[in-house]
Write a protein that binds this ligand. Structure first.
Ligand SMILES: *Cc1c(COP(=O)(O)O)cnc(C)c1O
Length: 376
């Protein structure tokens, strides 16, 4: 049997007529950049997550970079984040001129640990070399980080909180949704994310009018937002979203809530089918995951990966190399052992196929293959 890790074709086939029409409509009206669909999408996105503004842009990475650019960072500014994320989270800090300072993770949710954050901010203050400026929690695998505690720490130390919701668009947490936490939040519409388009795309969310105006300007080369648009008022980017991607997202957003409940069903079936030797994902009672990934912990991760590959079951490892141990960040001087929880999880984690259209029989076949290996 063959299983795709993520089945984007199935999703397209189910909604082909609407998606084709949405894309054709853009080809026919001809406003390929900043067309009317972009504005409409922004309204729908903000409405979905419950923020005043959404700014559509070219990728999740550019969304992070743009937002950090508004802080005017320099090398002596510390931006705290997790070492257990996609590389872009930390990379954006460096691109925007700041210095990433890593903080270990919670062993159950794999999200940034608020207690470690507080300790790290205090030790940076004590050392007196860097100025604490911001924190970027990541909602890893689709579950919101612990914003109640993180925002209290941000308030105490005057940090800007930027939620990296690339994997968690709209994930419920308490009475709020992911993308609505902090001073601003960013997401990604890369095809494999829970809400994906057919290319690259992203968005920034905020309730601040001031930040909104600045982001609109940064998105197009720092253009003036009133008066002559060729009167550039700051250094910006080309970070626009293509109109075709906006049209695709408007269509896909319609089926998103249903797809999220299907993903939850898949996750539940996995968790019921996997044996005791497997650590299944922990979702806090106040949270609901949107399951960007279904990730388990096992002692012999590489052995399991091979065992499943031999049976035609694809898996992925997010993330085999914690960011603080990457070659690119060698210059920061971190060493093996600096973040023991993150490093242990990185050795044990493996993600199983996850998408809304994964059938029960497939989940059971995959689970049996996992259980056989773990029990052998
Ligand atoms: C995917 C991802 C990004 C980057 O998004 P792109 O759209 O690929 O640029 C940033 N942060 C996290 C946590 C991600 O998973």
């Amino acid at each position: 049997m063959q299983f795709p890790f993520i089945d984007l074709k199935k999703q397209y086939e189910l909604n082909k007529t609407n998606l084709d029409n949405a894309m054709l409509n853009v080809l026919q009206h001809g406003q390929y950049i900043q067309g009317p669909e972009v504005k409409l999408l922004e309204e729908k996105l903000a409405d979905y997550v419950g923020t005043k503004h959404a700014i559509a842009c070219s990728s999740g990475t550019d969304a992070l970079v743009m937002t950090l650019m508004t802080l005017g960072l320099s090398k002596s500014d510390a931006v705290f984040t997790t070492p257990f994320s996609f590389f872009a989270t930390a990379e954006a800090i460096t691109l925007a001129g700041g210095t990433p300072v890593f903080v270990d993770i919670d062993p159950h949710t794999f999200n940034l640990c608020p207690k470690s954050l507080k300790k790290t901010v205090e030790s940076v203050n004590k050392q007196g070399k860097l100025n604490p400026r911001a924190v970027i929690p990541v909602d890893l695998f689709g579950q919101a980080a612990c914003y109640e505690d993180i925002e209290a720490i941000s308030k105490q130390y005057d940090l800007f909180t930027l939620e990296d919701a690339a994997q968690s668009f709209g994930a419920p947490s308490g009475s709020s949704k992911a993308c609505s936490f902090g001073d601003a939040a960013t997401t990604s519409f890369y095809p494999a994310k829970p809400l994906g388009c057919y290319g690259d795309g992203g968005a920034v969310f905020t309730n601040s009018d001031e930040l909104y105006d600045e982001l609109i300007s940064l998105r197009v080369h720092g253009q003036a937002t009133s008066g002559d648009k060729y009167d550039n008022v700051r250094i910006g980017l080309n970070a626009r979203m293509d109109t075709i991607q906006a049209a695709v997202l408007i269509e896909k957003l319609r089926s998103y809530p249903q797809e999220i409940s299907m993903r939850n069903q898949v996750a539940q079936t996995y968790s019921e089918s996997l044996c005791d030797g497997v650590v299944t994902p922990f979702v806090k009672p106040e949270n609901e995951s949107v399951w960007a990934q279904y990730s388990i912990l096992v002692d012999d991760r590489d052995g399991l990966k091979n065992h499943l590959a031999e049976r035609g079951i694809p898996t992925a490892v997010f993330y085999p190399i914690p960011i603080h141990l990457s070659k690119a960040y060698k210059f920061l001087g971190y060493e093996q052992g600096d973040f023991p929880i993150c490093e242990e999880i990185a050795n044990k984690i493996i993600s199983l196929p996850m998408h809304p259209y994964l059938e029960k029989s497939a989940i059971e076949t995959i689970s049996t293959a996992v259980n056989d290996y773990v029990n052998a």
